[in-house]
Design a protein around this ligand. Structure first.
Ligand code: PBG
Length: 349
């Protein structure tokens, strides 16, 4: 067996004049992981994580009006659109091969309870109907929460002390879920982090005859600073305080497993970890413990950071987009909600 040490790396082992060469490479060079990286085609063969268009869900913001297509300044490439423009966007998303969209309504009228959220003629309800005819093959997911609908910007009804009243909010979530499913939402995604929300929504959906409408639960949703740009887009920043009495503390991950367990017991068909890149460890732990489909939300702040750094030419946007989405999948997510869905789908075409 002949052995020539890699120049540089094997220097110490190079035989001196008159010395016998060592019969075998040093132990640390018997396995050379670089062999499997030596050819692009070989790298393709051994790559474990593949992104496909089937991994993508596109979040969309809907507003009242006609012909509205207004840019969200902190999220380049993201728009708030009236229903007519949204329908066109959905058609294009379907053509790109994106499986689904998740809708956020930004209503004009707000009140302390967020009543616009469950009106049969509500903004998202009308949008659902329109998308169903414009892009019938696209899965219509409805985000279920009140922060866009309440005048105080919290995710439910308030107690006299100004905290969110969990159980009173559940009743409203039931109304909202049934109303959206009636309007053609095909997946209900509660994001308010109220205790018991999955169970009560499941019961309400079943009661309304929507036995086959699955629940995608935002099971482990952190009180994250990465939602900042979303709150501009959805006009949903809390008027006072923050969301730390209902969203999870960033320092915890055992708690995420308890949250997921509760939601699965209450009937969640799919669960979500949010945000994504700051929570890759949580995604991995949930993946290892539970066998329900798991997704992650690459949230507004993650997107905005990439966009901002790319605009300064500090990073290569396309490569960072691919790397961030691949990492989220590698951590264990089956699919990803991402504002990059269109750009990524174009690349994967
Ligand atoms: C709540 C909701 C939020 C996001 C999705 N659903 C905001 C919040 O909890 O304040 C954030 C998504 C993002 O940042 O992209 N309805």
């Amino acid at each position: 067996m002949s052995y020539s040490p890699t120049p540089g790396m094997g220097q110490a082992m190079t035989p001196g004049p008159g010395e016998e060469p060592p019969p075998l490479p040093p132990e640390y060079l018997v396995r050379r992981p670089r062999r499997l990286r030596s050819h692009p085609a070989l790298r393709r063969l051994v790559r474990q994580t593949q992104l496909t268009r089937d991994d993508l869900v596109l979040p969309l913001f809907v507003v009242e009006g006609r012909g509205v297509h207004s840019a969200v300044s902190s999220m380049p490439g993201v728009f708030r659109e009236s229903i007519d423009r949204l329908a066109e966007t959905c058609q294009k998303a379907e053509e790109l091969g994106i499986p689904g969209v998740i809708l956020f309504g930004v209503p004009e009228k707000k009140d302390p309870e967020g009543r616009q959220a469950w009106l049969p003629e509500g903004l998202v309800q009308r949008a659902m109907e329109r998308i169903a005819s414009a892009a019938p093959g696209l899965l219509r997911i409805a985000d279920l929460c009140f922060c866009e609908y309440t005048d105080h910007g919290h995710c439910g009804v308030l107690t006299p002390e100004g905290d969110v009243d969990n159980d009173a909010t559940l009743e409203n979530l039931e109304l909202q879920a049934a109303s959206l499913a009636d309007a053609g939402a095909q997946v209900i995604a509660p994001s308010g982090m109220m205790d018991g929300q999955v169970g009560s929504i499941r019961a309400a959906l079943d009661e309304a005859g929507h036995l086959n409408v699955p629940i995608l639960s935002y099971a482990a949703k952190y009180a994250s600073a990465f939602y900042g740009p979303f709150r501009d887009a959805a006009d949903s920043a809390p008027a006072f305080g923050d969301r730390s009495t209902y969203q999870m503390d960033v320092g915890n991950s055992d708690e995420a497993l308890r949250e997921v367990e509760l939601d699965v017991k209450q009937g969640a068909d799919m669960v979500m970890v949010k945000p994504a890149m700051p929570c890759l460890d949580v995604i991995r732990r949930v993946r290892e413990r539970f066998d329900v489909p798991l997704c992650a939300y690459q949230v507004s702040g993650e997107y905005a950071m990439i966009k901002a750094a790319a605009a300064k030419k500090w990073i290569d946007e396309t490569r960072v987009m691919i790397e961030s989405l691949t990492s989220i999948k590698r951590a264990g997510a089956d699919f990803v909600l991402t504002y990059y869905a269109r750009e990524m789908a174009k690349l994967l075409r």
